[in-house]
Design a protein around this ligand. Structure first.
Ligand SMILES: Cc1cc2nc3c(=O)[nH]c(=O)nc-3n(C[C@H](O)[C@H](O)[C@H](O)COP(=O)(O)OP(=O)(O)OC[C@H]3O[C@@H](n4cnc5c(N)ncnc54)[C@H](O)[C@@H]3O)c2cc1C
Length: 354
């Protein structure tokens, strides 16, 4: 069977890339092994202003409108909402956070994303806010699991999906590209952290970061807002929350640990005493495909031009994948140059020796 693109991986990256290619008339097949992936575990948060210094995420002014547009297009198509826009309360952990936020507020470039700061003394029951807080705007989260399952059903209905463990040894590169009965023009690897085992792209400077997340039941009256207190809390409904996520660079595995759970629960107990009594519903772990320079890895192998990668979305897949999939498809179909910052050409000399 002749096709245009064989995509390996049905996480958020492979799914949105395949969706975009199909929308533009390409014949695509997506291969996935069907196991739980980072995208399904992820909280899907989009938070334009992060860190202790309240820094605006790179390119958020460009990336966010495309992400919202794509998720609303998918919601129209599947008749189901996937992106939940919800303000975020940032609870300051010390005086310098309050000060830093104050500085950003006077910067016009930040005004679309920040509400007023509330000084110490202002309270929201039942939260502890000894250093005050701030409401952030244009925050929300993507319901990744239902989105990926709708897209999987769409690919299956479109004859564009196969469940399989893709074995690199079964690719024929010459005289024409082939895998099983499929002859694609190109293969695009969207394997998340598993790219570190890919024989053609494994030397790219990935920096894998494990994360753990808890789903909990509680009996407190919480505001219907995302909370950020160093970690985050997402209210799923009146009595269920997700909290996360840990950052562990030392143990790149998918095991949920007691240590991870305890760290998350300890941080939560400092937000409100009411939240010290919760019931654990789910505890998940997976691996973020982060990169050394915090930019995605997109583009073609320097030697095998029919092998490409679309990966490296780190902790920001929900924000980044829609914009980069649109622009990678422009590059694939029209030869439009990829932005230099994401193009793996930046690593040709240093990471593709031999
Ligand atoms: C705990 C945690 C919390 C996170 N929170 C957020 C968040 O709040 N906001 C946010 O934007 N991002 C978050 N992320 C990051 C987000 O998950 C990633 O940016 C994004 O999901 C990466 O998507 P991906 O498609 O590249 O990888 P994945 O989702 O891992 O998908 C890769 C797919 O490829 C398949 N695959 C790989 N190799 C093969 C093979 N040989 N054969 C067949 N199939 C194969 C895998 O099974 C998998 O389905 C979080 C991640 C974690 C782990």
């Amino acid at each position: 069977m002749n096709i245009d693109y064989l995509i390996i991986g049905q996480g958020l990256a492979g799914s949105l890339l395949a969706w975009e290619l199909i929308q533009r008339g390409c014949k695509v097949i997506v291969i996935d092994n069907g196991r739980e992936n980072a995208s399904q575990v992820a909280a899907g948060l989009i938070n334009p202003i992060t860190g202790m210094r309240f820094v605006k995420s790179a390119d958020v002014d460009t990336l966010l409108p495309t992400a919202k547009h794509r998720y609303s297009q998918l919601a129209d198509f599947f008749q189901q909402a996937f992106y939940v826009e919800k303000p975020m309360l940032r609870l300051f952990r010390n005086e310098s956070e309050l000060k830093n936020a104050g500085k950003r507020l006077s910067n016009p470039e930040y005004q679309a994303y920040l509400g007023d700061t509330q000084p110490p003394g202002e309270t929201i029951n039942p939260l502890a806010t000894p250093f005050g807080f701030l409401e952030q705007k244009q925050t929300g989260y993507l319901l990744t699991r239902p989105l990926l399952s709708c897209l999987k059903a769409f690919f299956i209905a479109n004859d564009s999906y196969r469940q399989a463990d893709f074995d690199y040894r079964n690719i024929q590169l010459e005289p024409s590209l082939r895998w099983q009965d499929i002859f694609p023009k190109q293969i695009i690897f969207c394997e998340g952290y598993k790219a570190t085992q890919n024989p053609w792209f494994c030397d790219l400077p990935f920096q894998l970061v494990k994360g753990e997340i808890l789903t909990l039941e509680h009996q407190s009256e919480l505001p219907d807002k995302i909370l950020n207190y160093g970690n985050w809390l997402i209210p799923l409904n009146a009595h269920q929350i997700r909290i996360g996520a840990t950052f562990d660079r030392e143990n790149p595995d998918t095991q949920a640990t007691e240590q991870g759970k305890n760290d998350l629960l300890t941080a939560l107990s400092q937000v409100s005493v009411d939240l010290t009594h919760t019931t654990l519903v789910n505890h998940q772990a997976n691996i973020r495909p982060c990169t050394h320079d915090r930019q995605p890895f997109i583009g073609w192998h320097p030697q095998y031009k029919h092998l490409a990668i679309f990966n490296g979305f780190g902790a920001k897949g929900s924000l980044q994948v829609p914009w980069y999939s649109e622009h990678f498809v422009d590059a694939l179909l029209n030869g439009t140059p990829l932005p230099k910052t994401c193009n793996i050409q930046r690593h040709y000399e240093t990471h593709f020796t031999g």
